[in-house]
Each structure stands twice: as C-alpha cells, then as structure tokens.
Write a protein that binds this ligand. Structure first.
Ligand code: PMP
Length: 425
C-alpha cells in the first residue's frame, strides 16, 4: 500500500523532530509492520479510524482499555458529567469511597483499594507494600512476564542500573520446581511472589495457569509470611468478575488493576486484603492526578456494566468464534497457526516463523482488509464487537491467508525486530 502522501506519514515526519525516536514504548515504529498507521483520528465501539480516514475493526482495543466500546455513551456521559463539576480538585470526591466499595464488593480477596493512574503505579506500589509489610527485599517473578515500565521491571535495559534490578529472582511460569528454587534462594528475605493471571508474554505462546503452580505460590507465601501479588492489569475483567485466580481457588494478598477498569479513562488500582492494610497505609502513595473524579465516575459506570450485563459471556463466545474460524481457515490454507491463551485475550503465531515474517505479512494483509491485528502481542475482545464483526475478520483472514500462501516463498525478513525476537524465542 503506497502511503507516501498520507497524513500518517506527514505526522510521523513531524514527530521525528519533536518526539524522541518519533514514537516510544509499545507504539514504537520498530515493533509493527511499516504499513501500520501510527496515529488515529477517532474510535467508536469496536472500530478505530486512522488519520487517513481508514476504518479498522480493532482487535487491540487500545492494548486492553477498551472493554465496552470506544466512546461508550453511558460511561462517557458519566465522565463528562463529572468533568463539568471539576475533575482534579484539592482532594478526592465521594466517588473515591464509592469506587473502593464497588471494587472490594466485586473482588473477593479485596478489602481496600488505592487508586492511581497507570498499571505500573499499581505494580510498583504492590512491591513497596510487600517490602513494607515483611521488612524484606526480594520479589520472585516469572522470567519474561511484563509488569510495567518502571526501572525495576522494564523489559529494556537503557537507563537502568544494577541497583534498580537488585533483589529480584526469577522462575519460569507454571514451573513449580523453578518457583520453589527461587523462593529457596530468597531464603528469609522473600517479600513477595508476583504472578501474571496466565502467561501472556510477547513473542511466545500464551499458557493458562497450572492450578498446581498457583496453589504452590500461595502456599510458599503463607509458609514464608510473604505476600502473593496477582497482576490483573492486562487481563482483569476479561477472565472473571473477580481476581482471575479465584477460579483456581487461590486468593492473592494484593492484586493490581488498570487498563479497562474505567473503559479507557486514566485509572488504575491496587487492591489488597486486610493482612496488607497497615503496610499499605504506611507507604507514601500519591500523584497529582490520582484523585481525579471523572475517571472514577467512568469506572463506577464500567463496573455497573460488569455487574449487570452478560458482557463476559458475550466476549468469551466472540473470542471462541474467532478462534474456531481462524483455525479452520489456517488449516484450509495449509498453515501451522497456533492460537493460545484465553479466548478473550487471543494471541496467534505461525509455525516455522522465527523472525515473524509470516506474522508480519499476515498482519499487513489483515490491515489492508480493514482489521487491525497484532503479529506478536496478545489481542483483546471487547463487548462492542458483534458476531458480524468477527465474521468480517474471518472473511479478511481467509483472503489474508491466501495472500500469504501466494507470497510465502518471497517474504521479506523482519530485520528490525531481530534484537527482540532473538531473546524471546
Ligand atoms: N502489568 C501488565 C500485566 C501489563 O500488561 C501492563 C501494561 N501492558 C502493566 C502492568 C503496566 O501498565 P501501564 O502500561 O498502564 O503502566
């Protein structure tokens, strides 16, 4: 697709001058195919429009925040109403208490809440509270699991010094022996075990949590007086109307939430049990925008929809429809195509695709057919999607697989990703 004269290209050129690298973080231009748009003009329901007016069915859902549709009328009306009364005030509004009550009623292990802005705020605070609670230093967490962009957990080394990464030990997700070994190595210095709800690392197949791993993590924390933290920032509310490990019979001491809890408005939360309450009260936690009222109004409306609608059952059914349909079409086209993880957070990867050239080609072919997918990160299903949307994605996939088959012998290598894929695979 020739985009030489596009608005997106023009914006990228201007961004090069005033934004480091032209873009940063997960939208950094090296991470996606070159024909992916960088800038978007608007979103509505399950769709986004780029700056050139092209409309896409968006299977990324803003990397999670879009759960009930972009510009959801009920949620955004609550947000706008509250904006009109003032948002960032000298202190919080009553909505803060109401929201803490709503979250602690929803999430079984939770007896208190602290609100912040980004997932990283919540995960970093969970680490501090674990250290304050235990008076110890070490966090055990799974290799390759993402918990945010602060110095202690960023996946990239630039700007990080050894002391930022001190007192961390790693295990392999779902590997009980490696978890036990890391905990043993921590000895009497174990503050907490961090866990993702399931393995949702980039570039590799996702994996459901093994109940034996989850139970052992709980047991080890109890034996050592350490805290168990489940990081629900990405998967929260897409697996359960509760902390997702409650389905395994495991309750954490702390859980971290963000992304979709206010359907895209800036809010994250750390939830905790009574055990960690006094440590939580002792840690200095704050930010200029942490008490904003409007995102809390949006969150209350989001949680009402969580409680009162069948959104979870619908997004699960939609995700399964997508998975079954993609499987059929990939098989018919003769591709080894792996779909892993829960249906509401799908990831697909091609067999025999070490530098992701098939994945990039397929993603570009989907984009050209109006469907925004990701070649190596999990995607997200939202409640604004319909069966017709999923079927349109399947039609696009059928013809994208066709294109991939035609071009399979001559796909360009994806050199720009080599620095990342080499380590992950
Ligand atoms: N934890 C997990 C599991 C995440 O997926 C993310 C964000 N992708 C974070 C923490 C950090 O959240 P944020 O980007 O809002 O700081």
């Amino acid at each position: 697709m020739d985009r030489a004269d596009s608005q997106d290209r023009a914006l990228r050129a201007r961004a090069e001058a005033v934004i480091p690298g032209g873009m940063y973080g997960h939208q950094s231009t090296v991470l996606l195919p070159d024909d992916y748009p960088q800038f978007f003009a608007r979103g509505e329901g399950a769709h986004i429009w780029d700056e050139d007016g092209r409309r896409y069915l968006d299977l990324m859902c803003a990397y999670g925040p879009n759960l009930f549709g972009y510009a959801n009328p009920e949620i955004d009306a609550a947000f706008v109403r509250r904006l009109g009364l003032g948002d960032t005030l000298t202190g919080p509004t009553a909505l803060m208490v109401e929201l803490a009550e709503a979250l602690t009623a929803l999430v079984s292990h939770a007896e208190w809440a602290i609100f912040c802005k980004n997932g990283t705020d919540a995960t970093s605070m969970a680490l501090s509270i674990s250290r304050a609670h235990t008076g110890r230093r070490v966090v055990v967490r799974a290799r390759g699991a993402y918990h945010g962009a602060a110095a202690w957990c960023t996946p990239r080394p630039a700007g990080v010094i050894d002391s930022d990464r001190a007192h961390q030990l790693f295990c392999d997700y779902n590997d009980v022996a490696s978890l036990e070994a890391a905990v043993a190595e921590a000895g009497d210095d174990l503050a907490c075990i961090f866990a993702a709800p399931f393995r949702h690392d980039a570039f590799v197949d996702q994996a459901e949590p093994d109940p034996a791993y989850a139970c052992r993590a709980r047991q080890l924390c109890d034996e050592r007086g350490a805290l168990l933290v489940v990081d629900e920032v990405r998967a929260g509310l897409r697996l359960a109307r509760d902390c997702s490990w409650s389905r395994l019979g495991v309750q954490p001491d702390l859980s971290t939430w963000g992304k979709c809890i206010a359907n895209g408005h800036a809010l994250s939360a750390l939830l905790g049990s009574d055990k960690a309450r006094s440590a939580a009260a002792s840690v200095y936690a704050t930010g200029s925008f942490w008490f904003q009222a409007a995102p809390m109004a949006a969150a209350l409306e989001t949680l009402r929809l969580v409680r009162e609608t069948d959104y979870l059952e619908r997004i699960t059914a939609l995700g399964e429809r997508l998975r079954v349909g993609l499987d059929e079409r990939a098989r018919a086209a003769g591709f080894g195509f792996r779909q892993t993880g829960p249906a509401t957070l799908p990831l697909f990867l091609f067999d025999d695709d070490p530098d992701l050239r098939k994945g990039f080609c397929f993603a570009s072919a989907m984009l050209a057919r109006g469907v925004y997918v990701h070649p190596w990160h999990n995607m997200f299903i939202c409640a604004a999607m319909t069966e017709a949307d999923i079927d349109s994605a399947l039609d696009a996939a059928e013809s994208a697989f066709d294109e991939l088959r035609r071009r399979a012998g001559a796909l360009p290598p994806v050199e720009k990703l080599a620095f990342l894929t080499a380590g992950a695979r």
